[in-house]
Ligand binder design. Structure first.
Ligand SMILES: Cc1cc2nc3c(=O)[nH]c(=O)nc-3n(C[C@H](O)[C@H](O)[C@H](O)COP(=O)(O)O)c2cc1C
Length: 195
């Protein structure tokens, strides 16, 4: 059985980011392999920002005792990790970025301590979903790419899938059948090696 961790980084439940994530999860649930999904709303959990105390550079652990401790374990044990965020000021939401910065633990453990606190031999597949309210513009989502790339590297995850949707402030994703279909199909193929 494969484990998928789905992280919802919009403060708005039931809106565009959340709906697209659910469609992807629906596709994943309908794929041929047995999959267990855990969905986490960042809005609902207790997450504090990184304070750059460098405790992780000395111990490989985070000094802050909040819900991130559980998320570290989830990242380590998951075969698939999906991050869904709205586009805010050309990058991920602050909720999402707080979670990403806390993954400095993995970076420090690997590159400072040379003793990784995440299993580096396990194969994980990564997906990033992002919605932008403004009309489509070339490079609209480019600000997110280096952030997500480094994040997925930190959690030893192969960053394979991207779903970007523009113009959500004018037209909800629920009224866009081709996008809903694309999300479902991408979810269904999530673990296919050839995508
Ligand atoms: C603080 C803030 C910043 C935003 N910045 C951008 C932006 O840079 N580019 C863009 O296309 N939309 C931007 N938007 C619009 C959101 O991406 C859009 O409303 C999106 O649908 C929000 O996702 P949700 O519907 O899942 O909450 C911004 C919205 C907020 C609240």
């Amino acid at each position: 059985m494969k484990k998928v961790l789905a992280i919802m980084g919009s403060p708005r439940k039931g809106k565009n980011t959340d709906k697209l994530l659910d469609k992807v999860l629906e596709g994943i649930a309908d794929s041929d392999i047995e999959i267990q999904v855990k969905k986490i709303y960042l809005k609902d959990i207790n997450l504090s920002p990184c304070v750059a105390c460098d405790y992780c550079g000395k111990t490989g652990k985070c000094f802050i005792n909040d819900d991130m401790i559980e998320l570290y374990r989830e990242f380590d044990e998951s075969d698939g990790i999906i991050i869904a965020s709205p586009l805010y000021f050309n990058t991920v939401s602050s909720l999402t970025k707080i979670m990403i910065d806390r993954c400095q633990v993995f970076w420090s453990s690997k590159y400072v301590l040379k003793n990784s606190s995440i299993d580096v031999c396990k194969r994980r597949i990564g997906m990033f979903i992002c919605v932008g309210g403004a009309p489509y513009r070339e490079n609209q989502f480019d600000g997110c790419l280096p952030v997500m790339d480094l994040f997925f590297k930190a959690i030893n995850t192969d960053y394979i899938h991207n779903i970007f949707v523009s113009n959500t402030d004018k037209k909800s994703v629920l009224d866009r059948e081709e996008i809903i279909k694309k999300c479902y199909n991408t979810g269904k193929k999530f673990f296919d090696e050839e995508v």
